[in-house]
Design a binder for this molecule. Structure first.
Ligand code: IMP
Length: 427
């Protein structure tokens, strides 16, 4: 049986939560493979509305094992809180496990994320301040503490002691902040260890065994491809790879095992946080999209920047991920517009370009070149068959399909599981 990867194709918030919740019915195992609780996966299902930050969106099905992969950074307090909240609302989380290799977000990571942002002043990255960047920096600097370290409390104290000396020096000497108490942090993490120890596993074996049994495995992406530290709008990016390739690393599977890569695109663009976004609409059209779609961050509540669909960015995203299929979400948000625009190229220094520049200095100068299409001006959220969509809506989707160079196999026309149009025989 295949692995299906569900990947954010723009700047995050494309609706991956809904897609995973929907497809998880058929999956036996789901792995979150990147990011941390900076993610906010909104899911609306018979249990109610949820904003999941760290628990995989497959948790709502009794038969689905959910893994937090080695590529995720885990804030144990946030995870425990989320699990408790799910349990209180009747959701069984007994099939949730964490990779022993997943790095932990420590209190100094969240503190430093805030202090670093404040020090950047006008050049702040607009991070979620959840400690994500500092935790991934420590992973690469070999200063990280991993979930598996919670299983040996003596070793944990020793490791924490040496790392905390260094972190306290930075907190006090660089930022003039108060130092953290080793005893307090250690005791807090021992309590988390007592709660989480039964969940901590060698998860790559679980994935391999599921595949050997012929089960369907799903890789659940977080954030979006244009926030990738290599290919996104660096330095206005996140700190782990949201790409399909990141799925291999963050779940512990080889590229040859992934059969289907679903790129999730919103029918328009949004971005939260700083950094270039060529099609951003700082006008009443952008406001209309934001209010109609309630485009406010699921994690931070910040208003999202809204704009037209960017075909240049979309085809770049499709290329670097190797999407085999695309999912278009929130098509219904465009119901009221008489004309729709798609950005088909950029004007840069008087030249027309059709590629996504690697330099943000260049990207910041790019002016969108639009192609207009007619709107459908009709309600589509009740439609379940592609052929029943208004001709203009089909024309819009067909245009997106050409841009991303792969079939659009799912179209979402509302928040609920049922408000979905499946295309093709692959479902
Ligand atoms: P960080 O991941 O918290 O370090 O934030 C870095 C950038 O990624 C900021 O612009 C955030 O707004 C953005 N970001 C992080 N997570 C998400 C997400 O789940 N959706 C959308 N943007 C995100």
């Amino acid at each position: 049986m295949p692995i299906i990867a569900v990947i954010g194709a723009q700047w995050g918030d494309e609706g991956k939560g809904k897609v995973v919740d929907l497809l998880a019915e058929k999956a036996n195992l789901i792995v979150r493979f990147s990011g941390g609780d900076n993610a906010g996966h909104t899911v609306v299902n018979p249990y109610g509305e949820f904003k999941l930050h760290i628990v995989p969106a497959g948790i709502f099905y009794a038969h689905t094992v959910c893994l937090i992969g080695n590529g995720v950074v885990v804030n144990p307090a946030v995870l425990i809180d989320e699990v408790n909240q799910l349990n209180e609302r009747g959701v069984d989380t007994s099939r949730l496990f964490i990779s022993d290799r997943a790095h932990l977000i420590m209190p100094y990571h969240t503190l430093l994320d805030g202090l670093e942002e404040e020090a950047r002043a006008g050049k702040a990255l607009g991070t979620t301040r959840k400690g994500i960047g500092p935790a991934f920096a420590d992973k690469i600097a070999r200063l990280g503490i991993r979930a598996g370290d919670l299983l040996d409390k003596e070793a944990l104290r020793e490791r924490l002691g040496s790392v905390l000396d260094y972190k306290n020096a930075i907190l006090t000497k660089v930022y003039g902040a108060d130092p953290l108490s080793l005893e307090k942090v250690y005791q807090d993490y021992c309590r988390y260890a007592d709660y989480l120890a039964p969940l901590i596993r060698e998860t790559t074996i679980m994935v391999a065994e599921a595949l050997d049994r012929g089960e369907l495995v799903m890789l659940e992406g977080a954030q979006g491809s244009l926030l990738d530290p290599d290919f996104g709008t660096y330095p206005y990016t996140t700190s782990s790879s949201p790409l399909a390739g990141g799925g291999c690393l963050g779940a512990g599977v080889g590229p040859s095992r992934i059969d289907r890569i679903l790129g999730v695109f919103k029918a328009y663009c949004t971005r939260v946080g700083s950094g270039p976004m060529p099609t951003e609409l700082a006008d009443e059209v952008g406001d209309m999209i934001r209010e109609r779609a309630h485009e406010y961050g699921a994690t931070t509540g910040r208003p999202r920047r809204c704009g037209w669909f960017d075909a240049v960015a979309a085809s770049f995203s499709s290329r670097i991920n190797g999407f085999t299929e695309a999912v278009i979400t929130r098509l219904d948000v465009l119901d009221t517009f008489s004309r729709l625009k798609i950005c088909v190229g950029y004007k840069l220094n008087g030249e027309t370009i059709d590629y996504f520049p690697g330099s943000i200095a260049a990207l910041e100068k790019c002016q969108p070149i639009y192609k207009e299409l007619p709107g459908w001006q009709a309600t589509i959220s009740h439609i379940r068959k592609y052929q029943q969509l208004p001709a203009e809506a089909r024309q819009y989707v067909d245009r997106l399909e050409e841009i991303v160079s792969c079939p659009v196999s799912i179209i979402s026309v509302g928040r609920g599981r049922g408000q979905t149009i499946f295309r093709g025989s692959n479902w």
